[in-house]
Design a protein around this ligand. Structure first.
Ligand SMILES: [Zn+2]
Ligand SMILES: [Zn+2]
Ligand SMILES: [Zn+2]
Length: 197
């Protein structure tokens, strides 16, 4: 059994750089669940259009599923995970009744997961131990050093390495993306005010 879809409302204008857009034909009904072949969970379609020879869907969680790569079903395979955002919004909006499914609901928020490559890689944030070995100030790893950069901007720095034993804690706002050296220590640059206080 298919479900009723919402209209594919958009805030976009009717043209793009002065040219008409092919909006396609809105779909009024669609499959209960859709997934991409490589996807890890089933989503629920919020709206859909028929365009370029196929039905594509906008999902309740904000993603899009194009008809070129799309699996659809009305009967969930047992045990396969569902997108928690889609499930909550679709049920909340009245598109379907809560099936009380045994399928697990999943949502993966951004978390402070340490990077696989130390943020000190290819930087000069190090204490030189010998002519080609340094200790990374971001993680404590003893790491080979080598020249990088171009002939006009040569740099002698750390090579790529996984985080060592004393990786600086991730900033709750910027994780490990905005680090710099302040007073000889690696820290998130949003802490500059504290460092000079
Ligand atoms: Zn979803
Ligand atoms: Zn490091
Ligand atoms: Zn920060």
């Amino acid at each position: 059994m298919s479900v009723t879809l919402e209209p594919p409302l958009t805030r976009s204008g009717v043209t793009l750089a002065g040219r008409a857009i092919d909006w396609g034909t809105p779909l009024t009904t669609g499959p209960r669940y859709v997934r991409t072949p490589n996807g890890t969970r089933w989503h629920r379609p919020r709206s859909g259009v028929h365009r370029n020879g196929g039905n594509s869907y906008s999902l309740w969680c904000g993603q899009h599923a194009r008809h070129e790569s799309l699996l659809t079903t009305d009967q969930l395979p047992a045990g396969e995970p569902l997108c928690g955002t889609c499930e909550g919004r679709a049920i909340g909006a009245g598109q379907d009744t809560w099936p009380g499914t045994a399928n697990p609901l999943v949502f993966s928020p951004m978390r402070l997961t340490p990077p696989k490559r130390c943020p000190g890689s290819r930087t000069t944030w190090c204490e030189e131990l010998s002519w080609n070995v340094g200790r990374c100030l971001a993680c404590g790893a003893v790491t080979p050093m080598r020249a990088s950069g171009g002939p006009y901007n040569p740099r002698w720095g750390l090579t790529n390495h996984p985080p060592g034993p004393t990786l600086v804690p991730g900033c709750p706002f910027h994780a490990w993306r905005e680090l710099g050296v302040v007073d000889g220590r690696v820290r998130c640059l949003c802490k500059l005010g504290e460092a000079t206080a």
